[in-house]
Structure formats: C-alpha cells, structure tokens
Design a protein around this ligand. Structure first.
Ligand code: ATP
Length: 633
C-alpha cells in the first residue's frame, strides 16, 4: 500500500475498529514503540533500545528479580565469610588455640551458601522462563492478528523462527545472564569491600589491573550482539528456505530442483556457522583477557603484598586472605563477562521479536470464546462499491481497482467475470477488509466495512477461496473452522449438500479422519467441496465464491452448481466465475476489466452489448462449459 493509502487506511476507521500498530500498555513486549518503529535508527540507537527492551521485559517480574537479587546477595555474603574464617583458623593455629569453632562455622557457611545459591538460581531461572512465556504469547498473538498487508513482510519460516528459536535464545540469555549478572555485581562489591578492609593498597593494585581488562572487554562485548543477530538471521533464512520447499514439495520434486534448494539451505547454514565461529572467537578472547587479568593481578598482589609483609605493613594472614579473595573474584568476573555476552545475544533476539510486535494488527479479540459466534441476522446482505481505488502494498505497485462501482442487491447470484488479473478476487479481499481502499467506499448492508466490527463483518460472510486451503487436522476441524459446535443433523445436511457424505462414510474415522498436511490426503475436488461446506456451516448472509478454474468433475460440478443456485434463493451470492455454466445461471453479471466494471447485465444482454464479454464467453469461459450450454447464445 502506498503511504497515502496507509494514511487513508487509518483515517477512514473509527477508534473502535481501527486496525493498528499500537502497543498494548499491559504487554511488556509491545509496551512502547522503539526507534525501529519510527524510522531508520543508527546502530548505537538500536543497541540502546534493544537493551531498554530487554529490561522492559523484566519489569513485570521486578518482585522476583528483587527476591533473586537478595538471595544472591545473601549467598554471596555467606560465601565471602569463608576467607575470613580461614584467616581465623590460621591465626588460631599460630596462637596454638582450638580450631573446632571456626571449622564448624566454615561447614555451616559452605552448606548455607550452597542452599541459598540454589534457591536464588531457581528464582532467577523462573523469571527467564516467565519472560519467554510472555514473549512467545505476545509474538504468536501478534502474528495471528497481523494485517494482510503486513504478513508478507517476512517469510513464514522467518516469522516462525522469531516465535520459537529467537525466544528460546532469549531464555538462554536471560536465565544464566540474570543469575550471573546479579551474583557477579553483588560478589564483586562485597569482595571489593572485604579487600578494602584487608588492605586498601592491595585493592588499588588489583582494581588497576581489572579496570584495564574491563575496558578492553567493553569494546568487544557489542560485537556479540551484532554476530548473534547475524546467526539468528541465518537460522531464520534456513527456516524460510525449508518452509518454502516443504510448502511446494511435489513441485520441488517434479521440477528436480532439490539441488538448488539444498544449495540455498547450505548457504544459510554456512552463514550461521561462520557467524557462530566469530562468536566463539570473541568468547575465547574475552575469557582469555579476563583470566589473564586475574593472573596478572595475582602476581602483582603477590609481589606488592610480600613487600608489605616484609615491611610489617600487613601480617601474612592478611596477604593469604587477600589472595583467597582475589581467587574468589574469578567467579563474579567470569559471570559478569558471560552476562554481558549473554545479554547482548538476548538483545539481538529481542530486536528480532520486536520487529514482529511492531507490525500492524487487526482489532481482533483473541480472548473471545471461539464457540460463541457473534449475533447474526438472517436477512441476505447487500454489497456496494463506490468509486473504489486500490493498489496492493509495496513500492510502485499499480492500481488494481481504478474507480470500481457496482451494487449487489440482497438475494440472488451475481457473477464477476473478466480477464485474469482484472481484480476480481481483490473485490472479495476488500469486502473481507483484508485491505482498505485508497479511496472510495466498500459498503456491506449500506455500511462502510471499515465501520463494522471485524468479528461481525467476517461472521456475516462465507468465503471460499480459489485454491480452497485445507489445514492439517481432521475433516471435522476443517469443516467447523471458526464455527465451534454444530448440530450433527446440520453437519450431515451440509455434507450431503456439498456431496461429501459418501467420502465421509468411506473414511475410517468419518469426519474425525485426519486430512494430512494442507489436506494432502484429499483430492483437489474434495478440498474444494470441503471449503464450500465450511463456508455454508457459518450460515453466512453473503457467500463469496472464488470459483476454481478446474478440479471439479462434471458430475460434482453440476451438483454444486445446483447447491449454489439453491443458496442464492436464501442469501446473497457473489461469485468470481470461470465457467460459462455458472455465469448463465447468474441473476446479474459484472464484467471487470482494467480495474473497472465495464458492463453489467444479464447473459443475453451482455452478449449483445459488450464485446469483451462476448469474447470471454466464446473463448475463456468456453473452456469449462458443460454440454447443455451454448456459449454464445
Ligand atoms: P484471476 O482470474 O486470475 O484469479 P483476478 O481478476 O481475480 O485474476 P486478482 O487476484 O484480483 O485478479 O489480482 C489483480 C491484480 O493484483 C493482479 O495483477 C495481481 O498480480 C495483483 N495482486 C493480487 N494479489 C496481490 C498481492 N497480495 N500483492 C500484490 N499484488 C497482488
């Protein structure tokens, strides 16, 4: 959609029904717009907003974060008492006093630190799990509500990766990161305090070495985010290529294009591998620098400390305790570095999740009871297009509708005919409000579809798409999609009407038989009939039927034609017709060409009066005419 179309899209809708990209204030994942939503942010802005997003995810769990922090603090402090008790033991031995008391205390400290440590670990890991739960819920719900214009922005495989592997990465990053970061900060501060109490001079020496190492590591850490994002993008590419291949598996096989698909997958795989290696190298460098810093400070402290012992500035027990604290530093330092790297990875994942949650969605209530159908009227619907102009979203797309004008009265069958690509199926997409027109109005029952509640609007319509998509699951699930429960008699009646009863009776588990991925265990014609039955079970007031160009055999086609003609006596039927046999039975025919309705009328009238219709009737529609029809008269 062009920018003007997008502006019009939102301008024509009232607040209650407006499709929007707005954030849900209660949802930590979508709570605030990011720089990415506003425009093209710079890398540093991206990083900063990523970190903010990451922290925002923790806000709903702040109570647990505080508990985890307190537990970490307690376990850290308890553990820190260890060197003090060690000093006590050395002093006691020097003074030839009993060491029983400090030994008992040491044992209690070790056990206490382990118990509290395990508890804090669990509390923090639970926060990570909760964040993943919230994030997945938010992403999945967002995906289900996406506007049609947005859904094509990412390949399905990529969207799936964002909902699954990216959020899993977030868990990994958060669970360990939270534990390590909180524990690291607490321990570091506590150890620094103890070192200060032992000997401020030695603390200064240690801090000098560690600060130099931290500066170096600080330069490297942002690269973790960059390379993590690259790895995740490559994994998503792999997903997308796989999804593409599995979605058209027969075509891939029949065309012998397995090597091409394998090469594309290999490329994505290698990409993930090469960025994974870069991350591993960074991890190695950072770990090495940290370890080196600890060892260097150990040597420096040993040298300076020995000199201070010799000069009598500190006793030997203080130097021993200080060195023990220095080794105790390894854990928090390594933890903080790991947390920095993990957080960067998490930030990269959050950014990719954010890309999805920033997409515009339709105002659909996902929490309504799926079995509670919106209140229905029984009278047949009317449809009207008033000077509708429309183009599909995307750069430089052409107008598909350029002033479409027509009115469909209640009851009866109206056939839309026209050359391929004339914009016939697009009429249906606009009635269903999958897209909004650039200008002009689409009215259902005299009311702009933009003013309808989406639930009500779509409950009014039964829509049979041209390719009759079938979902994996059972036949029953497919038939009752969005309908909930129906009376067995009603189900049977519709099955008979759509000539599916014999098929169902022959299946081992009847309507509860699985239909395979995308209905692969059904024939093309059966899929078509299931799609029609599904539409009828909704008890629509308007049936939109995008007629299949093939797939129905002559007997079933004739039967369905009868069914549709029957239906047209109860409700309004709008059919994109590809068969003359359908067209000649229509109460009125709309001829569409070049984004406009160029003629309207009955079959005979149009044969006389419209050249394109005559041509269509004699050439294009002729392809599937049955024996009883005379295409041109
Ligand atoms: P057919 O009889 O072949 O089904 P149609 O008259 O139903 O054709 P539409 O499906 O309405 O034609 O398509 C009208 C034009 O819009 C075509 O040029 C098509 O390429 C384009 N089009 C359809 N869907 C999209 C889409 N999702 N994004 C961009 N362009 C689209």
């Amino acid at each position: 959609m062009s920018s003007s179309a997008a502006a019009q899209d939102s301008a024509t809708q009232d607040p209650a029904t407006q499709d929007s990209a707005t954030q849900d204030p209660a949802d930590p994942v979508t709570a605030a717009p990011t720089a990415g939503a506003a425009g093209q942010p710079g890398a540093s802005m991206l990083e900063a907003s990523g970190w903010r997003d990451m922290f925002r995810l923790l806000v709903p769990h702040r109570g647990a974060v505080v508990l985890g922090a307190v537990l970490s603090l307690v376990s850290g402090l308890v553990a820190l008492a260890q060197p003090l008790v060690a000093k006590w033991i050395v002093d006691a031995l020097e003074a030839r006093e009993s060491v029983l008391e400090p030994l008992v205390l040491l044992t209690a400290i070790v056990v206490g630190a382990a118990v509290v440590g395990a508890w804090s670990h669990y509390v923090l890991a639970r926060i990570a799990e909760s964040v993943v739960l919230d994030t997945r819920r938010s992403v999945v719900r967002r995906i289900l509500r996406l506007r049609m214009s947005e859904v094509g922005r990412f390949p399905p495989g990529d969207l799936m990766a964002r909902a699954t592997s990216d959020t899993a990465l977030l868990r990994e990053a958060l669970s360990q990161t939270l534990v390590d970061a909180l524990r690291g900060v607490v321990l570091l501060l506590a150890i620094a305090a103890m070192m200060y109490l032992m000997d401020p001079v030695l603390l200064l020496v240690t801090a000098g070495v560690l600060v130099a190492a931290s500066l170096l590591i600080g330069v490297i850490i942002p690269y973790f985010q960059r390379y993590s994002r690259k790895v995740q993008e490559a994994v998503a590419d792999l997903n997308a290529v796989l999804e593409r291949a599995l979605g058209a598996f027969r075509t891939i096989k029949a065309s012998g294009s397995e090597p091409g698909e394998a090469a594309a997958m290999d490329r994505a795989n290698r990409q993930a591998y090469s960025y994974g290696l870069k991350l591993a190298r960074l991890g190695g460098v950072v770990g090495g620098v940290a370890l080196l810093a600890i060892h260097v400070s150990y040597l420096v402290v040993l040298g300076v400390g020995a000199a201070r012992v010799v000069s009598g500035a500190i006793p030997i027990s203080t130097l021993i305790a200080f060195l023990l604290y220095l080794f105790a530093l390894i854990e928090p330092v390594a933890g903080l570095i790991g947390a920095g790297a993990g957080f960067s990875t998490g930030v990269a994942a959050v950014r990719r999740v954010r890309d999805v949650t920033d997409l515009a969605v339709e105002p659909i209530d996902l929490d309504r009871d799926p079995r509670a159908a919106p209140a229905r009227h029984t009278r047949p619907a009317t449809v009207e297009f008033r000077d509708v102009r429309f183009r599909y979203p995307g750069p430089d797309t052409a107008l598909v509708h350029d002033g479409v004008d027509f009115a469909v009265p209640p009851l009866g069958m109206t056939a839309l005919v026209g050359p391929s690509g004339a914009g016939k199926s697009t009429v249906f997409a606009l009635i269903e409000r999958f897209y909004r027109p650039e200008s002009g109005r689409v009215l259902l029952d005299g009311r702009d579809v933009g003013d309808w509640s989406l639930d009500q609007l779509r409950a009014t319509i039964g829509y049979v798409e041209q390719d009759a998509p079938i979902l994996a699951g059972t036949l029953r699930e497919n038939l009752l999609l969005g309908v909930g429960e129906v009376e067995p008699d009603r189900l049977r009646e519709v099955l008979v009407r759509c000539r599916l009863a014999a098929l169902v009776d022959a299946l081992p588990a009847g309507v509860d038989s699985p239909v395979g991925h995308r209905g692969s265990s059904l024939s093309g014609g059966e899929r078509q009939r299931v799609a029609i039955a599904r539409a009828l079970l909704r008890r629509p007031r308007l049936l939109l039927l995008d007629e299949a160009t093939s797939q129905l055999d002559a007997v079933n086609e004739a039967a369905l034609r009868e069914t549709v003609s029957d239906l047209a006596r109860e409700l309004t039927v709008l059919v994109v017709a590809h068969r003359l046999s359908t067209v000649v039975r229509a109460d009125r025919i709309l001829v569409m060409d070049n984004g406009r309705i160029r003629a309207a009328g009955g079959h005979a009238e149009l044969l006389d009066g419209d050249e394109l219709y005559r041509e269509l009737a004699s050439v294009q529609l002729l392809t599937s005419v049955d024996s009883g029809d005379d295409p041109v008269g």
